[in-house]
Design a binder for this molecule. Sequence first.
Ligand code: FAD
Length: 564
Amino acid sequence: PVASKLLVLCTLSSGGLLAYAESQSNIGSPSVVDDKPDESRQKRVVVLGTGWAGTSFLKYLDASAYDVQVVSPRNYFAFTPLLPSVTCGTVEARSIVEPVRNIIKKRNGEIKFCEAECVKIDATNKSVVLRANFGTNLVGNDEFSLEYDYLIIAIGAQVNTFNTPGVKENCHFLKEVEDAQKIRTSVIDCFEMAVLPGLSEEERRRNLHFVVVGGGPTGVEFAAELHDYFQEDLVKLYPMVKDLVKITVIQSGDHILNMFDDRISSFAEKKFNRDGIDVQTGCRVVSVSDKEITMKVKSKGEVCSVPHGLVVWSTGIGTRPVVSDFMKQIGQADKRVLVTDEWLRVKGCEDVYAIGDCASITQRKIMEDISAIFKAADKDNSGTLTVGEFQDIIDDIIIRYPQMELYLRSQHVQDLKDLLKDPEGNDRTEVNIEEFKLALAQVDSQMKSLPATAQVAAQQGAYLSRCFNRREQSKENPEGPRRFKSSGHHDFRPFRYKHFGQFAPLGGEEAAAELPGDWVSIGHSTQWLWYSVYASKQVSWRTRVLVVSDWTRRFIFGRDSSRI
Ligand code: FAD
């Protein structure tokens, strides 16, 4: 009876997560607690995840219009682009995180937070099963369920080991704040071990061989950070082993930073070569043990092993189990990530949205429309259009579907550009529509894979919150903005990604940047641009001040190499 009074009290006072209170009456029982949305209440929006996508959604959402419940096993937001800096103590871990409760407190209690992990999404019953982060025995196995009217899945992705033997057990990852902190301690451990008396030179060399698997932006930035840490600080503290230190980057492709412009990739390779960082391209890691890393050199087909002191695995991302399970339920088992339409709605699932690294957009509707536009333009059924007509149609498509601009105008879509040239490279007077459709299929596959970056995630979160803010308004005006009137389109404009460029810090106060309009900037001034952009992008003034003071501290006193 006491427990049920407590439940009533909590229900009246908060109307929120009754699970905790009700659970008091269920101690020892494995049953799952239900928290049904009250019909008279506002519609409930459940947001899974407090990363870039989830936080951006919450930041712009008009929370007074909904009953908003946020669920995440981490009660903070982490500024992931600075994680490589945390691995070497250039920036402290606490300087790049902001408590979720700080972010939501500005909403006067309109947003509720629950520190738990979603273990199952049940789209049929519109509920999610959550497991509390603590071993409290709240409800049997600590699981309870929460019903939703709208579900926003923003739970990001997990590290992808490609099932390579020994990786989970013997490698470090660089995905979460805890990973970066572990690397920081392990780097110091390697140095301390290497200077212990009685070790052979071979053992010292092994301890001081740092291997980075993956030549993408994260792996390259970590290698550069580690090199700076060694050159600027550790060399003074461990002069006796300074000649034994080695950093190796293993990349399966032919170049590091291969998603960047060729100029950046080749600058990075030359710089690493000058700095003494060994870049092994065309090598695939086949297994990792506690002392050795084994790889296959693609060109020769040879397998070789090298001893290591520490391996950081940074080869890309994979699907979280809860998302894979949900994808099976909704018939997307064959996909890599959750597929949404251009309005970020999960395909084949009512009222469920997916944003950030766990989602990808398919543009099939747009592709079909574009094909129809070309067909209609080809009035004489000749299968060709003049270059002028072709350009006009491209302009028209961009006005109608602004998100196509990045792809139709981008120099990376070489196939589209090639359509305007004959095999000898001369300008054509006519464009073949079938060829165009083939090229379009290529664009389609590129569009599906928007990069898994904080920029995409944050823009998707902001876009979706604007749609939610205008939901009532759009009910009154179901045809939506004038541009879509009677075109049969959704009430809102589709999501349009705007690319603001990408940085690659390369160490030694030098960075490279690919900026909009295919601009490339490399050097010391780009590093200063990097400092200003990342300082300005911090989520709060508190973290901004902490990050800038960490950078200043590092300039004056160097990095702190204590093992704590
Ligand atoms: P995340 O930010 O990963 O957030 C996922 C959230 O979901 C977290 O709060 C997590 O706790 C929560 N969660 C996880 N599982 C569950 C569950 N079962 N139930 C409920 N909640 C759950 N991008 C850039 O644009 N620029 C960069 O410079 C850059 N640098 C990077 C450096 C590093 C080291 C890393 C790892 C990534 C970097 N990225 C960068 C990529 C960027 O961090 C991701 O694209 C971005 O974090 C994706 O945002 P998200 O919200 O989808 O996922």
